[in-house]
Write a protein that binds this ligand. Structure first.
Ligand SMILES: [Zn+2]
Ligand SMILES: [Zn+2]
Length: 264
């Protein structure tokens, strides 16, 4: 668990799946995590900031024993249902003693919710969160009608990037991040280790990431110290977790899994 006195960011993966969820979540894995029965993609930062709140996020919080009332902010990457469920956000807000801040792309229209304060984000603008974290939404190559944004979070000189969902890098994002030397980066890896998948303009595959990482090093977006995690895996397009972990370890990456906790 988090020891926030020694670390800047404690990241807990609440879900690491694309939208093809395992049926076994409703039976065998109702009350636990499994590396091959992933839930909807979401991450918890310092036990209080949610990145995305999709279909399974309340369940993941319950499994980790995190009370909803502890959540102060929800940052939304985009409006697809595996990342954004208004009813779940409204339910969390009802448990909060002060208004829940909802950070979302400024053009995304969401209905007003009780005890929720909307925090609209303009692309490439940097905002200061209550704990001093700087938050920037970066253009993402994903379905435009879902108002996608990648996220850059910075605090105490530590920088983390969360890029789910989206393929490659769009130019403005590349330009913004050039030289950033990220401490940790999470990349969309919906597609497994094969070529020719149709999703290349909205999601990454393992070969795309294999090709992209050396270029990211060249422009110093990442360096040899950057922790690389792959998330948003589609089980139907991937081998089992342990095999995928072995494949991506060869180029210095790790496969995230539900319940994984990483500190930066
Ligand atoms: Zn998704
Ligand atoms: Zn999506």
């Amino acid at each position: 668990m988090c020891n926030t006195s020694e670390t800047t960011f404690c990241l807990q993966f609440l879900g690491t799946c694309a939208a093809d969820f395992s049926k076994r979540l409703q039976t065998d894995y109702k009350n636990c995590f499994d590396k091959d029965a992933r839930r909807s993609s979401a991450m918890l930062i310092n036990e209080s900031v949610l990145v995305d709140c999709g279909v399974h996020t309340p369940e993941s919080l319950r499994i980790l024993g995190i009370p909803s009332g502890q959540i102060t902010d929800v940052i939304v990457t985009h409006l697809h249902g595996d990342h954004f469920q208004a009813a779940h956000i409204a339910a969390i807000a009802r448990e909060c003693s002060s208004p829940l801040r909802l950070w979302i792309h400024r053009d995304a229209s969401v209905e007003a919710m009780e005890n929720v304060r909307l925090m609209p984000m303009a692309p490439l603008e940097t905002y200061c969160m209550a704990d001093g974290t700087k938050l920037t939404g970066l253009p993402a190559n994903h379905a435009p009608e879902a108002f996608p944004q990648h996220l850059l979070l910075e605090k105490d000189g530590k920088k983390i990037f969360y890029g789910c969902d989206g393929a490659w890098f769009l130019h403005p994002t590349y330009r913004f991040l050039r030289g950033a030397k990220l401490d940790l980066a999470v990349f969309d890896c919906t597609v497994g280790d094969y070529e020719g998948d149709l999703r290349f303009a909205e999601h990454n595959s393992i070969p795309m990431i294999r090709l992209m990482l050396p270029s990211l090093r060249t422009v110093k977006i990442i360096n040899d110290q950057t922790a690389i995690y792959l998330s948003h895996l589609a089980p139907s397009l991937h081998k089992p977790h342990h095999e995928t972990e072995e494949i991506v370890r060869a180029f210095g990456a790790h496969v995230a899994y539900d319940g994984l906790c990483v500190t930066v």
